[in-house]
Design a protein around this ligand. Structure first.
Ligand code: NAP
Length: 300
């Protein structure tokens, strides 16, 4: 038996219609996304290209700022300060990874909490941890949006599913893994999270095999194989890893899950590409529009 495929492109399309309507209600007023990239990371550039396209489709304004990889933290803070003060910009996204000399915590704390659409500022991260989010960070929110959409499609009650489920999140970064676990708590599922030590201590399969829902956000191509999953499991693959084809030399993107090995043995799976990613892009625009509305409300 082969797993059902959780089609992120189709789900993103429905979400797009909703966001486009909200953006048109704002009449473009201050609904503008600004990205800040330091250096030329392959995945960050690919993400930026996707955002340019989606912003254009949805009528959201967009401006990209790219700084050299050698930038000092002060250079990045100066750009952030300018964007905080710019009334045309409603949402700011700092693309990761940042180079080692740029302290991520300093950069995130410098963001205006009203424009911090990824909830990385300590105030927004705190609100999320308390279960009263101002913004739901786009990637973990999209994981659950995709999962909720799939539950609706297969006719399972969301509360009943979550209340009897164990969610295991592999990866514990501040922007993906940790908030994904918080969204699992919010659904009152048993939620387990782990980081690289679970692999280093040889317990990855032991921990993942207890999951009803497995969310993988480690950034390690093919980390999850058939030995880590079970037949009733729903697997959401967040990983986006550039891999060079040894024969053709072309770079393509793969997930953290070995799709060919896992898809035949689980209940449902999100592919890479075409799973969580497309929903994330639209969710970011949703948050940009929400920020525009917040700023309008605060200034009226
Ligand atoms: P990150 O900041 O590098 O964090 C990776 C996390 O995974 C860390 O907690 C790390 O543990 C853990 N980890 C690393 N190797 C592991 C292993 N072998 N076993 C178990 N855990 C392991 O990465 P991120 O920003 O969270 O992103 C994760 C992946 O998602 C990347 O591939 C990224 O490109 C992708 N991503 C996708 C989207 C999307 O829209 N689909 C959005 C953002 C990111 P330690 O804490 O111990 O280091």
């Amino acid at each position: 038996m082969t797993a059902q495929i959780m089609d992120g492109r189709r789900v993103a399309k429905a979400l797009k219609d909703e966001v486009a309507e909200e953006v048109s209600r704002l009449r473009g007023h201050r609904c503008r996304l600004a990205t800040v990239m330091v250096g030329q990371d392959y995945s960050a550039r690919a993400y930026e290209r996707r955002l340019v396209r989606v912003a254009d489709e949805l009528g959201v304004g967009y401006q990209g700022h790219t700084l050299p990889a050698s930038s000092a933290v002060e250079d990045v803070l100066a750009v952030i300060g300018g964007l905080n003060a710019d009334p045309r910009v409603s949402g700011i996204l700092v693309l990761r990874p940042l180079p080692a000399q740029v302290d991520e915590a300093l950069v995130f704390t410098a963001l205006s909490p009203y424009k911090d659409i990824e909830a990385v500022h300590p105030v927004n991260a705190g609100l999320l941890a308390l279960g009263t989010p101002r913004f739901m960070p786009s990637t973990p929110a999209s994981v659950f949006y995709l999962l909720d959409s799939w539950l609706d499609e297969v006719g399972e009650s969301r509360p009943e599913f979550y209340h009897r489920s164990t969610i295991v999140v592999v990866g514990r970064s501040n922007n993906v893994g940790k908030p994904a676990a918080l969204l699992g708590y919010a659904r009152q599922a048993v939620t387990v999270s782990c980081d690289e030590w679970v692999s280093r201590t040889g317990r990855l399969a032991e921990v993942t095999s207890g999951a009803d829902v497995l969310i993988v956000a480690a950034g390690v191509a093919g980390l999850i194989g058939a030995e880590h999953v079970s037949p009733e499991m729903v697997v959401l693959d967040v990983g986006i890893n550039p891999v060079t084809d040894p024969v053709e030399g072309a770079v393509h993107l793969v997930g953290d899950v070995d799709f060919a090995a896992v898809a035949p043995v689980v209940r449902a799976i999100s592919p890479v590409p075409g799973g969580v990613g497309p929903v994330t892009d639209v969710w970011l625009m949703r948050n940009t529009a929400a920020a525009a509305r917040l700023i309008m409300a605060a200034s009226s």
